[in-house]
Design a protein around this ligand. Structure first.
Ligand code: ADP
Length: 449
């Protein structure tokens, strides 16, 4: 087992990883920018190293500074968290070249899944169902026309290097295809320096359902069930649930078996998430994330597992020590992302937290690095806390979440707590009857009303 881990991240996820290290008896090194000197995770770590000025490219994305910090502190592994360098194959390679362990998959698998076309062709060959569309990159507009005619309109042109919803354009009819094709390519070239695009049938009412996987280095692969992340605004998830209100246990077992078989054949290791669009009883793979996800706590709550602990144990070469049949799903969990944003306009609201009182009680978990007096810096993501609840049933979890949100006091910055309250009261949400378009429509109604 490792004796010291450097956490190449900030905020709540740095604290989350630190907690797992503590319980495993592993010492921690926090790295931080000059904007995060007073952060909670920096205070709690055994050692802390300043790696640069506020801008991410100079600090949290500064590979040389992070590796120097690891060397001078004598860390033997690096956990990248999510975002920043977590899906950077070159970083994973460089870490290993310096004789340190990268807590995550191999650079080869990160690279493979980072290219969405390679990811899709790989998954298809491994028997995972896909959204109907082009077999690979589109060579020409004529080819796009042919494929679109075959799968039927509306269609979506997507960037191979895509991420964050950029380089993605819908063509409702054939008349719109040429424009979608050129806009998607221009956006992709500007955002990713790569204008390769592919085509998918545009699904009109899918849910976003993702499967949490873990693989050790001894050939054992398990899944911990699904998360429903359909509640998104501008492709940013806001509220997640485990399990999905749309799935039965049999459907979960079925897609879980397909996914674990695929990743076993691939020789994948560590944590991964397969993202699917789910419509009319069909799963369609869209992409794989080769890292820990923001929303991992809902899975932890229903499976009673510490996913970060599992990542660390696996990176140290330990076997999982259990099999699929040992994983039991108990109750229902919901996560509300608490962003420092105006709940109407979604404009970020950095500033100083004057009063902070987190909720408590049975089945309530807070993953946050906030404290009274903390200054939310303007340079990074606006998510300042995750509130997670678990209860025996979905409706009880909703009531528990409403109760916890009522207790939650954050003063000094505006947050999206009022929006979460409204979502949880909505009859359609309470029935579990929603798709990936639901939240945008809900927000539009709120803004009008
Ligand atoms: P990115 O990596 O840019 O986030 P994804 O492929 O993960 O791109 O897609 C992001 C979101 O876009 C999905 O969660 C879904 O809401 C929507 N989307 C993607 N593909 C389709 C599709 N074929 N039909 C309908 N919506 C889609």
């Amino acid at each position: 087992m490792f004796s010291k881990i450097l956490i190449a991240n900030r905020g709540e996820i740095a604290l989350r990883i630190l907690r797992a290290c503590r319980e495993l008896g592993i010492r921690t090194v926090a790295v931080h920018s000059t904007a995060d000197t007073d952060a909670m995770y920096v205070r709690l770590a055994d050692e802390a190293v300043c790696i640069g000025p506020p801008a991410s490219r100079d600090s949290y994305l500064n590979v040389a500074a992070i590796l120097s910090a690891a060397t001078i502190t004598g860390a033997d592994a690096i956990h990248p968290g999510y975002g920043f360098l977590s899906e950077n194959a070159d970083f994973a390679e460089t870490v290993e070249a310096h004789g340190l362990t990268f807590i995550g998959p191999t650079a080869e698998h990160i690279r493979m899944m980072g290219d969405k076309i390679t990811a899709k062709t790989t998954m298809m060959a491994l028997g995972v169902p896909l959204v109907p569309g082009s077999d690979g990159a589109l060579e020409s507009l004529e080819q796009a026309r042919e494929v679109a005619a075959k799968v039927g309109y509306p269609v979506l042109i997507k960037a191979a290097a895509g991420g964050g919803g950029r380089g993605m354009k819908v063509a409702p009819t054939e008349a719109d295809l040429e424009e979608a094709w050129s806009v998607a390519r221009t956006e992709a070239r500007a955002a990713f320096g790569n204008d390769e695009v592919y085509l998918e049938k545009y699904l009109d009412k899918p849910r976003h359902i993702e499967l949490q996987i873990m693989a050790d280095t001894h050939g054992n692969v398990v899944h911990y069930g699904e998360r429903d992340c359909s509640l998104q605004r501008r492709h940013q998830k806001l509220l997640e649930e485990a399990g999905s209100p749309a799935l039965t246990a049999a459907q979960r077992d079925e897609i879980g078996a397909i996914a674990t078989a695929a990743l076993t054949k691939l020789g994948y290791r560590n944590a991964g998430t397969l993202e699917f669009l789910y419509q009319d009883g069909q799963f369609c793979f869209i992409e794989m994330n080769t890292r820990l996800q923001v929303e991992h706590p809902v899975t932890e709550m229903v499976c009673d597992v510490d996913l970060v602990r599992e990542q660390i144990r696996i990176a140290a070469g330990e076997p999982l020590g259990y099999s699929q049949s040992d994983i039991k799903f108990s109750g229902h969990a919901i996560e509300c992302r608490i962003n420092a944003e105006d709940p109407q306009t979604f404009m970020p609201t950095p500033g100083t937290i004057t009063v902070y009182h987190p909720p408590g009680g049975l089945g309530v978990r807070i993953d946050s690095a906030l404290y009274a007096g903390y200054r939310v810096p303007p340079y990074y993501d606006s998510m300042i806390a995750k509130l997670i609840v678990r209860a025996p049933t979905r409706l009880e979890a909703i009531e528990r979440m409403r109760r916890a949100l009522d207790e939650f006091v954050i003063e000094g910055v505006k947050t999206v707590i009022p929006l979460h309250r409204k979502i949880l009261e909505d009859p359609q949400f309470r029935k579990g009857d929603y798709t990936i378009h639901w939240l945008e429509n809900f927000v539009a109604r709120q803004q009008q009303g």
